[in-house]
Design a protein around this ligand. Structure first.
Ligand SMILES: Nc1ncnc2c1ncn2[C@@H]1O[C@H](COP(=O)(O)OP(=O)(O)OP(=O)(O)O)[C@@H](O)[C@H]1O
Ligand SMILES: [Mg+2]
Length: 271
């Protein structure tokens, strides 16, 4: 993910680099002084080269990051920490570029099984793009995405269709079908992926709608609802299949604090 540039202190950095080099020069008696100058020149002038050999500024830009920045990862505390369990989702060296804008630049990440994890970051840095890679709506330029050890980008359409049943996904904008009322939107995954009868479907749908506080709105169309209500309907739809993995893209944006707290509790409860 790209990093905001605002906190950069180029002068200080250059000074520190210089000091380091001087330390090196003084501590190693054998090193001839001209080696120090040779080393410095290309390091100061050359643009950042990504691990895959792509040159920042020439082959790609990271939005908000200076192409001359030699350490665009400097705000990444970065090591993938061992959480002592299995990863449900593993992201390996994920690179994704739209045109020249490189959004994900070799991302590595493990999301543990049986836990609630959160990805935070400024707007436009690639959180939604990451989620779309996990469910196979976007494909990496390079790198891999594993869900329970299986590579999503290498799946056939049929395999992807099957694996998507594992996921409940709440899109950032709700992504309801505009031509269906709320009830049918929430019932859709059950009708599509199960052979349950309408009566059973009705019980599940009404329970989920009650949980998100939409029991009175089931026959409304999405465009008759507020943004927060659409989000709650999307939330109900994400849960109807009792999925193994639920991905929420900004579950709380557009909601009032009371509703946010209730949905937070609901996430813990279904977990
Ligand atoms: N399909 C696409 N084509 C071109 N650029 C895209 C596409 N999808 C996303 N982007 C770009 O990728 C970047 C990251 O977008 P993304 O939606 O992942 O941000 P985000 O972290 O989810 O932000 P927010 O917090 O505002 O939701 C943005 O610069 C966006 O313009
Ligand atoms: Mg987003």
């Amino acid at each position: 993910m790209s990093i905001e540039e605002e906190n950069r202190l180029p002068d200080e950095e250059a000074r520190r680099e210089e000091e380091d080099l001087q330390d090196e020069a003084t501590s190693s008696a054998e090193a001839p002084p001209e080696v120090v100058t040779d080393e410095r020149a290309p390091r100061d002038e050359s643009p950042y080269v990504s691990e895959d050999g792509a040159v920042m500024g020439r082959d790609f830009v990271i939005p908000g990051v200076n192409p001359r920045d030699h350490d665009p990862y400097k705000f990444h505390t970065g090591v993938k920490r061992d959480h002592g369990g299995e990863d449900a989702i593993e992201i390996i060296d994920l690179v994704k570029q739209f045109g020249r804008a490189r959004i994900l630049n070799g991302l590595n990440l493990g999301l543990p099984e049986d836990q609630v994890s959160m990805v935070l970051g400024p707007s436009g840095t690639g959180k939604s793009v990451l989620i779309k890679h996990i469910v196979g709506l976007l494909y990496p330029d390079s790198g891999d995405v594993l869900v329970h050890g299986e590579s999503i980008p290498n799946m056939t359409d049929d395999e992807l269709f099957e694996v998507r049943k594992k996921f409940g996904l709440l899109f950032q904008d709700g992504a309801l079908f505009g031509s269906m009322n709320i009830y049918d939107n929430v019932a859709f995954p059950l009708r599509q992926h199960t052979d349950k009868g309408e009566e059973e479907i009705g019980e599940i749908v009404n329970r989920r709608l009650r949980e998100v506080g939409l029991e009175g709105s089931s026959d409304k169309m999405p465009n008759e609802l507020s943004g927060g209500m659409r989000k709650r309907a999307g939330f109900a739809r994400a849960l109807v299949l009792d999925p193994d993995i639920v991905l929420f893209d900004e579950p709380d944006s557009g909601l009032d604090p009371v509703r946010t707290a209730l949905l937070g509790e609901l996430i813990q409860e279904i977990h």
